[in-house]
Write a protein that binds this ligand. Structure first.
Ligand code: ADP
Ligand code: MG
Length: 391
């Protein structure tokens, strides 16, 4: 089994990982926790059959196929190599990219997306998660690109922001005095959050500093409002812009990278809840259930039905609409617990992930059109010259 898992490295070279335009879906099984292991007669509710397939062993048994099934032996580093490296390459190429972590509370979403960030970058900690690794790699790629393309005077600018959606309200995690921010849509800017703090970052260390600060603010906000952070969604965004000169034309390329740690997908208990608690339960259901509905309608549309996709019905789906059936390359990491005590939630996550696999995106390179047209004109002129020279 371990051998089969190690082959997951082949995904990096294996074009099948990005061969289709669909959302890429990874299942990550976390190790049994010590409390789960101490349960008398504990058992597992899933069996991994290969690095693509997993069987839910309840009744009736159900088998699922994904782009990758990663069990507890797949390290943070391996997962980064399989999914993170390609994501950075896509951003460097001017594609919007998005990674979602989905799953019930305690299934490993934050471990996957952030992991141990206090310890710094991956050189320092094996538990360091996807986001810090992605930025370490991104800045090393930027450095290489600058060196290789010195003549083109290539310049990069990276700006990041960090927000939380809780109770259908947006909180700026880099400036907690900003609450209830609004999502706007603009023909030039696309979808954006008005008045959200954007910080320029020039190294992985800068990014980690913002991640640590934002995560601490998230905890404080949760304590002040007397709630668990598992009930909110967090979105870390980085906009990567590059400018270079080629044959007298200035090119401009940009990509938006979204890293999303979703609220726990377990059913919220609204029974007995009153006031704020009831509102909270309903609203959390709203963002996640709208996400489910958006996915369902996108899937049905890919089967030829014409349907309204309710992106605007929740903050989460409005903000991330490009990543769901739009201009982005998207990866969903669905986290599950292998313990039979989480059996039903695990099945529900596997079903969600299976539906998500059908979403088709339409990613294009975000490059400045005028530059492009000019570059093409120049090319045409050169080709014409070439043709007349040959005649
Ligand atoms: P979530 O964010 O989904 O609520 P966490 O990421 O906080 O869950 O994970 C719950 C616990 O399980 C944490 O103590 C975390 O360190 C541990 N854990 C989760 N996934 C893994 C994994 N793949 N390997 C080791 N420990 C893990
Ligand atoms: Mg978490």
């Amino acid at each position: 089994l371990l051998e089969a898992l190690c082959q997951s490295f082949e995904f990096r070279e294996d074009p099948s990982f990005w061969k289709d335009h669909n959302v890429q879906v990874i299942i990550r099984i976390r190790p049994l926790s010590s409390s789960e292991m101490s349960l008398q007669g504990y058992s597992r509710c899933v069996r991994q059959d290969s690095c693509h397939t997993i069987t839910w062993t309840g009744h009736p048994e159900s088998r699922f196929t994904f782009d990758l099934v990663a069990d507890e032996n797949v390290s943070q580093e391996m997962l980064f190599k399989v999914a993170g490296v390609q994501m950075v390459e896509n951003c460097m190429g001017g594609y919007n990219s998005c990674m979602f972590a989905y799953g019930q509370t305690g299934s490993g979403k934050t471990h996957t997306m952030l992991g141990d960030i206090e310890g710094g970058t991956r050189r320092h900690s094996v538990n360091c998660g996807m986001t810090p690794r992605v930025f370490e790699y991104l800045f090393s790629r930027i450095q290489k690109e600058k060196e290789a393309r010195r003549e083109e005077k290539i310049k990069f600018t990276c700006k990041c922001s960090f927000l939380e959606i809780y109770n259908e309200q947006i909180l700026d995690l880099l400036d907690t005095s900003s609450i209830n921010l609004q999502v706007r849509e603009d023909t030039k800017k696309g979808v954006y959050v008005e008045n959200l703090t954007e910080v320029e970052v020039t190294s992985a260390r800068d990014v980690i500093q913002q991640l640590v600060q934002g995560s601490a603010n998230r905890k404080v906000a949760a304590t002040n409002m007397n709630r668990a952070s598992s009930r909110s969604h967090s979105v870390f965004t980085c906009i990567i812009e590059s400018k270079w000169e080629s044959q007298g034309v200035t090119h401009h390329r940009f990509a938006r990278l979204n890293l999303v740690d979703l609220a726990g997908s377990e059913r919220q208990k609204s029974s007995g809840a009153e006031g704020e608690r009831l509102k909270e339960a309903t609203n959390i259901n709203k963002s996640l259930s709208t996400l489910g509905l958006v996915i369902m309608n996108l899937v049905n549309m890919s089967n030829g039905k014409s349907l309204h996709v309710p992106y605007r019905d929740s903050k989460l789906t409005f903000l991330l609409q490009d990543s769901l059936g739009g201009n982005a390359k998207t990866i969903i990491i669905a986290n599950i617990s292998p313990s039979s005590c989480c059996s039903l939630e695990t099945l529900s996550t596997l079903k969600f992930a299976q539906r998500a696999k059908f979403i088709k995106n339409h990613a294009i390179v975000n490059e400045d059109a005028s530059g492009d047209v000019l570059a093409m004109r120049i090319q045409i002129q050169q080709l014409k010259k070439e043709v007349s020279r040959l005649q």
